[in-house]
Design a protein around this ligand. Sequence first.
Ligand SMILES: [Zn+2]
Length: 217
Amino acid sequence: MRWLHLTVLGMALVGPAHSEDIMDVLRRSQDQRLDALKPAQDAQRAQTVRATFEKLFQALKPEVTVEFRVVSGPIIAETLRGDVIVANESLADMPEGERAFIIAHELGHVSEGHWAQMGRVYQRWVPGEVTQDKTDPVAAMLGLEASGLAHRQEYAADAFALQALARLGWSVDVALSAFLRQGVQHDTATHPGTRKRIASLRAAQAGTSLADAAEAK
Ligand SMILES: [Zn+2]
């Protein structure tokens, strides 16, 4: 699932302009992707998706600023530039719990500051002005570290979404349905495969119910 797309490729796609630092380059590559998105075509479905986002935001009250856009096209849901969540209007066709899980996952990326966290990795490998002679020798190591962090961020966002579902009284089982609906995905540079995510979710779920049980005592 391409719910988060932070990649070293961003750099190759835009190419650094004069005296940009790595955060400028990353931000510009994400801006280009934002500009390319098509707005939702169906106002009714867009409203359904937005309503779920608002319900989540009001219930969780994360102390962050978020822009929420409903789009059409191939993206299911994704967080761009750290604080813009884009969600496809087709999420309106899913059961609300599944839609909430997917949106809450993105909200997890925003509220846990994943963009800034990833930015620090990039800045450490590519400090100061971005130049080819600086990026070429570190690209492989940077890619490895960024990929490892991206995977951990996916698990963290899934765990955030799971807690959000529990908080709103939705069955956490819908999280699994949301995954299965996408079909089994394999590991990518930015995302762990479906089996790993489900295993991690089950562990988080066990942790959540243990915590609930401890609280109930
Ligand atoms: Zn994600």
